[in-house]
Design a protein around this ligand. Structure first.
Ligand code: ZN
Length: 677
């Protein structure tokens, strides 16, 4: 009786039901794509269930007719074949692995007879007892993939399109080829592969737990771009039980599969079956195209892309070195500026919301505040990204959101200023691994004078930190240089990552907790991060003030411009600190943007200087800042677009995007503070 029901279920009920619901889901394919499997079912469950029941009845009717026609003839084999054909309709379940479309349904229906012919062979292979190791191998990889997804759903509350979760089921298939071909090495293979998966999962899961969002491509980039130092800083900054525990659970699950489940006997297929299995896996690999979802693959892929981009950039530089920039637009500098010192200071992770000058309740800018009336404090400037390198690729070149190609075809800021007749200086306290390690260092070394004070891993754990103040002596040398026109860039370490290492002891001024506003997530660690961040801002205030004072002593026609590469969120309104695009908030993009002009400049350019006073509320994004810089310098060319200069009377507001979201409608219309609120 039981076997009769089981046979009925497998031959009629299941394939009938699957066929019925798949036809119905195909009808609802637009809802399926937009709202996912569950919502689609919730919305149309009556119709779907009914269709499934009709499918079952139809298959039972066929069964009934078959018995009527074939049972009398006692042709058992023929009847079995027909049943086997009926249950081949189970393959229609694959519909959910593809983007729903009529074509998919048609192809799958056409595939039913092929599956029917291959099925016996497949079932024979798959039912072997020794094949259990392979299943566990597959499940082990699947564990890493779904563990990450479950963490993400728990912490963020967001789910992906259903298709993505189905695709994950097929992602590990490609990794099974090795144990299919060489069963004996299954265990050692899975250990090596598992370690790879574990390390990459550890990073991804930690990111998810920390930022409550999946790792965006920019973060994979950032990981490859940051040096070893920063990774250790990162771990030091964030290591906590709530992050380590979920990773530990994953480790235990992984180890127990290897220890308890992968064991002899290893399966033993003949060579023909092995090849058949490999061929099927390869076909599935290309059919489902989900190999990329494997976590280590994402890392390798992002690394290759990262290398490719850097190499492309390096090649362009090489090309340009070999052929002079004859084709570039001619630069015409204002005849008023026979001599000029242009100082550009690029800060690091400086939050606008933690600057006294911008209204922060702590006076983190005590020195700049004393010369407040000499400063143009722009209050509505944002960065294009929340990570240094993508920002600087746009800040230091003509590349912007509309035209990334300018990165390769137009001069960098340094090359431009050189062509405009300036002697250029690049003074950086940022980590420097080699000239090709970041876009900033590649552009930096184009300068006539280059100083990197923070070479290799000097900034590593336990070593003596190098404060931004070391740049001042090099800055003084640059100021003393006899060339009439000088363009001096200072690239600060600012408030980067391990903020406690960014300032000397005498700047350890903010240690209290009483003046930090009450929030329910306040705890000692939160107070500490806020305090060390504010101390680092205090120190940057000192460095910035010194650079202005030293410039004043020169009494020259001078321009001084400071802005941070991007901002930083420091427990400003939620239990979070740092910067990550997937979790973008206004705190990571709103940056301090401050201009100082010498009296000589103001006298030479009276109208310009007075006008700028009225420009300080302009809504601007620094992907276009190169236009503002050359505008101020008064060195224009066909590359210059006046609309894109915050200092120009022809300036036009452009839509500003953070991680694909319209910043201004997010903040002004929707009053949001982050894209995921
Ligand atoms: Zn940065």
């Amino acid at each position: 009786m039981l076997s009769f029901i089981k046979a009925k279920f497998l031959n009629n009920i299941l394939p009938g039901f699957i066929t019925g619901i798949v036809l119905q889901f195909n009808w609802a394919k637009s809802i399926l794509l937009e709202k996912g499997l569950i919502n689609c079912f919730v919305q149309h469950w009556g119709r779907i269930i009914l269709s499934g029941i009709i499918g079952i009845l139809l298959f039972l009717l066929i069964d009934f007719l078959l018995r009527r026609i074939y049972l009398p003839s006692k042709n058992k084999k023929r009847l079995d074949n027909y049943y086997s054909f009926l249950d081949s309709f189970n393959i229609l379940i694959l519909y959910f692995f593809f983007k729903p479309a009529d074509l998919v349904l048609i192809i799958l229906i056409l595939f039913v007879p092929i599956f029917y012919l291959l099925k016996n062979k497949l079932v024979y292979i798959l039912a072997k007892k020794e094949i259990k190791n392979l299943y566990w191998c597959y499940l082990c990889i699947l564990l890493f993939l779904y563990y990450k997804e479950i963490l993400l759903i728990i912490v963020s509350g967001n789910t992906q399109n259903y298709l993505y979760y189905f695709s994950l089921l097929t992602s590990p298939l490609t990794f099974i080829i090795i144990p299919v071909l060489y069963p004996r090495i299954t265990k050692i293979y899975l250990i090596i592969l598992g370690i790879l998966f574990y390390i990459t999962s550890f990073i991804t899961n930690s990111h998810i737990l920390l930022y409550k969002a999946d790792m965006p491509p920019s973060t994979y980039y950032a990981i490859w771009e940051t040096t070893f130092t920063e990774s250790t800083d990162f771990i030091k900054d964030y290591a906590s039980l709530s992050i380590l525990l979920p990773n530990l659970i994953l480790l235990l699950l992984f180890v127990s599969i290897i220890v308890l489940k992968i064991r002899k006997p290893y399966f033993n297929l003949n060579i023909r079956d092995r090849i058949l299995a490999v061929v099927i896996i390869i076909v599935l690999h290309f059919l489902f195209n989900s190999f990329y979802y494997n976590i280590p693959v994402k890392f390798v892929d992002s690394y290759l892309k990262f290398r490719a981009e850097l190499n492309k950039y390096r090649k362009e530089f090489q090309l340009r070195k070999n052929s002079p920039l004859g084709k570039q637009a001619r630069i015409q500098c204002s005849s008023l500026d026979t001599s000029q010192i242009f100082v550009l200071i690029i800060g690091e992770s400086a939050s606008k919301y933690h600057q006294g000058l911008y209204g922060y309740h702590r006076n983190t800018n005590p020195l700049l505040s004393t010369i407040k009336n000499e400063l143009f404090v722009f209050d509505s400037v944002i960065s294009p990204h929340s990570h240094t390198n993508p920002v600087l690729a746009k800040v230091l070149t003509f590349a912007n959101f509309e035209d990334m190609d300018a990165l390769y075809h137009k001069r960098s800021l340094i090359e431009y200023m050189k062509d405009a007749g300036y002697k250029t200086f690049w003074l950086s306290n940022q980590q420097f691994a080699n000239e090709h390690s970041t876009i900033a260092s590649m552009i930096g070394i184009q300068a006539d004078v280059t100083v990197f004070t923070n070479i290799n891993n000097i900034d590593s754990v336990g070593s003596k930190p190098i404060y931004d103040g070391v740049l001042l002596e090099h800055y003084q040398k640059a100021l003393n240089d006899k060339t009439p026109k000088k363009f001096i860039v200072l690239h600060l370490m600012g408030s980067h990552s391990d903020k406690a290492k960014r300032y000397p002891d005498q700047f350890k001024k903010f240690t209290d907790t009483i003046d930090i506003p009450y929030r329910e997530f306040n705890r000692p660690w939160v107070y500490e991060i806020i305090n060390i961040h504010d101390n680092s801002v205090l120190y940057t205030d000192f460095v910035l003030y010194q650079t202005i004072q030293m410039l004043k002593v020169k009494n020259e026609n001078s321009i001084w411009l400071y802005f941070s590469d991007h901002g930083e969120e420091i427990f400003d309104y939620r239990d979070f600190w740092g910067h990550s695009e997937a979790n973008s908030s206004i705190y990571m993009f709103d940056i301090p943007f401050i201009l100082w002009l010498s009296d000589k400049f103001k006298n030479l350019h009276k109208e310009k200087a007075t006008n700028i006073l009225t420009y300080t509320h302009r809504k601007y994004q620094t992907d276009d800042v190169i236009h503002s810089i050359i505008d101020l310098a008064g060195c224009l060319s066909d590359d210059f677009i006046p609309n894109k200069s915050i200092f120009n009377d022809q300036f036009k507001y452009e839509k500003r995007y953070i991680y694909g979201h319209d910043y201004d409608s997010l903040v002004i219309i929707n009053k949001k503070k982050s894209i995921i609120d």
